[in-house]
Design a protein. Structure first.
Length: 331
C-alpha cells in the first residue's frame, strides 16, 4: 500500500469511518511488524496535530485556493496551453478535494457516543489487535472483541465473546475493563486470559501478571493474584478459584490442546474452534467418555486417532463434520 493510501486509511480509522474489513486489515498490518505500529503512531500524532487546526484556518485556505482557480479561469490562455491548463485545473481540483477531505476528517464533530468497532474470528483463526492505548489483544478462534475506536478519559472498556488474551498498557488513572455476559474484569496493567464462550459451561479469568478485580453481574468482587484462575458456572453462577495451569490456559495460542480427565462432549468445542469442524456424537456414552491427553500443533486426523486409540471410540469424517460413536460391544 502506498504512503498516501495508508495515511488516508489510518486517518479514516481514527475518525471512525472505516469498515470492519478495513479495521481487520489494519490490525493485522500493525501486528505483523513493530515498524508498522510505529508508522501508525506517527500518523496518529500528525492527525492529532491537524485536529488543532481551526475551522477559520481551513476556511481561509479554501478561499485562497478558490480565488486562484477563479483568477486562472478569467485569464486568457493561448491555444497551445490548453492541455497544460487542463492539467493545472485537474491538479487544482485534486488539491481542493484533499483540502475538503482534510476539513471533513479533522473538524471535530458532535457525537453522542464513542464509535464501537468489532473484530470477529472464524473457526481455526486467531487475530492480534492493538488498541488505541497500545493494549495488545490476541483473539482466539470463533471469538469476538468489541471496543471503541478511541477510549474516553475516564475508562477503557471492551467486551469479549469467546477467548482472548490481554496485555494491557499501564494507565493508572484510566482503568481497563473487560465485559463478558457473566462478569467484568477491571485491571490497571496486567497480562490475563478470558474465556467467555456463551456455549461453554463456564466463564474463566486466568491471571498471569499484575492484579485484576473480577466482579459478577450484581454480585461481590474477587481479587485475583498472579497464578490464579476464577471460574463462573454459566448456569448456576457458582464460583471456583483454582491455581492456573499456564499450558491449559494459554495453549490455544500455539495450537496446544490439553484435556485433563475432561468429558469429550465439553472438550469437543475446543477441537471445533481450533480446526474449524463440527463434532457430532451419535450417543450420550461417546460424549461422556473422559479424555486425558495433550496435543501440540497436531493435525486433526492425528488428534482424533489418538483419542480413539483406547479402543472405546470410533469416528468418521465427512467434509467438515466428524461423527463419533462407541465401538460395538463397548459400553
Amino acid at each position: 500500500m502506498r504512503e498516501q493510501e495508508l495515511y488516508l486509511l489510518v486517518t479514516r480509522y481514527l475518525s471512525g469511518q472505516t469498515s470492519d474489513a478495513e479495521n481487520a486489515w489494519l490490525m493485522d498490518w500493525m501486528a505483523a511488524d513493530k515498524r508498522n505500529q510505529q508508522d501508525f503512531d506517527e500518523i496518529k500524532r500528525v492527525w492529532q496535530e491537524h485536529q488543532r487546526t481551526t475551522d477559520e484556518q481551513v476556511g481561509q485556505a479554501l478561499s485562497v485556493l478558490r480565488a486562484r482557480i477563479a483568477a486562472d479561469e478569467q485569464r486568457p490562455a493561448p491555444v497551445k496551453s490548453k492541455r497544460v491548463q487542463l492539467y493545472w485545473f485537474a491538479a487544482a481540483a485534486g488539491i481542493l478535494g484533499m483540502v475538503l477531505t482534510t476539513w471533513y476528517l479533522f473538524t471535530p464533530k458532535p457525537t453522542n457516543h464513542l464509535l464501537s468497532l468489532k473484530v470477529v474470528t472464524r473457526p481455526g483463526e486467531k487475530k492480534t489487535i492493538v488498541l488505541e492505548d497500545s493494549t495488545r489483544v490476541i483473539l482466539g478462534p470463533e471469538s469476538e472483541l468489541s471496543y471503541p475506536a478511541a477510549f474516553d478519559k475516564h475508562n477503557r472498556t471492551v467486551s469479549v465473546k469467546g477467548q482472548a488474551y490481554f496485555e494491557v498498557s499501564q494507565a493508572p488513572h484510566q482503568p481497563f475493563v473487560v465485559e463478558t455476559s457473566l462478569l467484568s474484569v477491571q485491571v490497571l496493567g496486567t497480562h490475563f486470559n478470558v474465556q467467555a464462550d456463551p456455549k461453554a459451561p463456564a466463564n474463566t479469568v486466568a491471571l498471569l501478571e499484575g492484579a485484576v478485580k473480577v466482579k459478577l453481574k450484581g454480585e461481590k468482587t474477587y481479587l485475583l493474584k498472579p497464578g490464579q484462575e476464577i471460574s463462573v458456572d454459566s448456569h448456576t453462577n457458582q464460583i471456583a478459584l483454582n491455581p492456573l495451569d499456564s499450558t491449559s490456559v494459554l495453549g490455544w495460542q500455539q495450537n496446544v490442546l490439553v484435556f485433563k480427565n475432561e468429558e469429550f462432549g465439553s472438550a469437543a468445542a475446543r477441537i471445533e474452534k481450533m480446526y474449524g469442524v463440527k463434532i457430532v456424537f451419535n450417543n450420550g456414552e461417546a460424549a461422556a467418555t473422559h479424555l486425558y491427553a495433550q496435543f501440540k500443533n497436531e493435525p486433526l486426523d492425528a488428534v482424533m486417532a489418538a483419542i480413539c486409540t483406547s479402543g472405546v471410540l470410533t469416528y468418521r469424517q465427512q467434509g467438515d463434520t466428524i461423527y463419533v460413536n462407541m465401538k460395538k460391544g463397548t459400553k
